[in-house]
Ligand binder design. Sequence first.
Ligand SMILES: O=C(O)c1cc(C(=O)O)c2c(n1)C(=O)C(=O)c1cc(C(=O)O)[nH]c1-2
Ligand SMILES: [Ca+2]
Length: 569
Amino acid sequence: QTPDDGTWTMAARNFEGHRFSGLDQVTPGNVAQLKVAFTFDTGVPKGQESITLVADNTMFIVGPFPNVLFALDLTKPGAPLKWKFDPKPDASSQGVACCDLVNRGAAYADGRVFFNTLDNQTLAVDAKTGAELWRAKLGDIKLGESMTMAPLVVKNKVLVGNSGGEFGVRGWLAALDAATGKVLWRAYSTGPDKDVLIGPNFKPYYASDRGADLGVKTWPPDAWKIGGGTVWGWLTYDPVLDLLYYGTANPGPWNPEQRPGDNKWTSGIFARKPDTGEAVWFYQFSPHDLHDYDGVNENVLVDTPIAGANRKVLLHPDRNGYMYVIDRATGQVLSANPFVHVTTSSGVDLSTGALRYNPQKDPRAGETVRSICPASPGAKDWQPSAWSPRTKLLYVPHQNLCQDTVTGTASYIAGTPYVGLEQKIYAGPGGHRGLFTAWDPVAGKKAWQVEEHFPVWSGALATAGDLVFYGTMDGWFKALDARSGKLLWRFKTDSGIIGQPMSYRGPDGRQYIAVMAGVGGWAGAVVSGSMDTRDATGASGFANAMRDLQAATKAGSKLYVFALPEGTR
Ligand SMILES: O=C(O)c1cc(C(=O)O)c2c(n1)C(=O)C(=O)c1cc(C(=O)O)[nH]c1-2
Ligand SMILES: [Ca+2]
């Protein structure tokens, strides 16, 4: 656990992915007095998924496309703009964004700010002046590649990955030299072992992941070249084991009949050595994925007693509906319990690691397959959870959605959607589309849960004041008692919230809590205006389920920062 110096320099605040602030001025007893301290407008009314970083009394924010990086001066009243940096990305990259023009934020290390642009560039900017230090072009719009993820900096390496799983791209994770931007290694998610960086030290726990060149052999001929497995989610790092963890996205196309086989190494998790990129283990959540269950959700590293023994585990709430507890040294699945209503499978066989599919729910040609739960966005999408080392609960923002699926044949045309599956999405059992769940990984069950009308598409924040924060798509920013789930405070912003809340200590010693408001992303693109033209899934995807969101909120682009009035105890 990183000591809390009041800063927030990487998306999840620490390498372990906790999104936990050690600041405790704001408590269940005084949170009702939280007031807006200042706001800032990025000027781009698309989905604001960006985490706001704080280092050196400066706040850094990346806006949605065109991905302008803003630096706010926290030492001055109202936190005025200190500088802004416009990377001027290629406008045509907007055409290959699957799910709105989002960006999930930057990473700060050693006086530099690193971030990605939608047109596949990673940039380094001087944190003091806003001057460009280097930029690296890593992918190709013409092949359908884009970048939306927030980098992680580990051992002077900037780790970044691509998006485009709905466009027939080939997924990868790259490590760049933080000083120069030079690519040090690149690990593909599909293809021969030499491209996937699988060598003699690769020791997966389960037999299904052992064998030469499975990234080729578990696909029809050449299909791995356009097979997806992009790396657009979260990265975590264990400095003691020296292992990096991240998930790979869905295989492409979505229509599973076009790609018989397990489709390694998509919809799973890699553990790699950051120095060389070599893979140490892999586990596939959804072999031969049938429903767009990307495996990119966060892997939260915690040390906790499991069945009496203290274990180094990672917690992974997957799109396929299971909360995985995995031994992070070996890749062994210790438990996998459903955290939503699941019809597509009936559990995970812990002796083989295999997901037990329910064949009745497999998409098949010429038929509408109904009541597929969870729907394509999964039990939970990209919106990251928070872990409190005090309550030992994982706070999971997510959704309760099911769908009816129809397949069609996808033809590959470079740079265009490669999907071949249409869905009609609707609320799962109970009629609410959103959930916020406090999960006890030791007991393997929820401690408490809140239902929301819309999918909870914002990140979560946990604090040492024993509060948890999240936002709703209709604009409420909420503070709950971390132990009971009781709603203690809420504030209505001017747009829906899909940002990642964070907390920092201001130069005045006070605790601040920040979140971006601005509805969008896949779930909210129906409001921000990107859905019908740019939804890669073709048939309006989410839009049908989200029409009432248009009545509930409007597009926005504003940062809200809250604090207690001076002198509050
Ligand atoms: O396979 C991919 O490369 C890819 C990329 C992205 C993205 O970069 O935003 C999303 C997805 N898939 C995806 O499946 C998904 O549900 C999704 C939701 C969102 C969002 O920002 O709301 N992005 C993405
Ligand atoms: Ca995807």
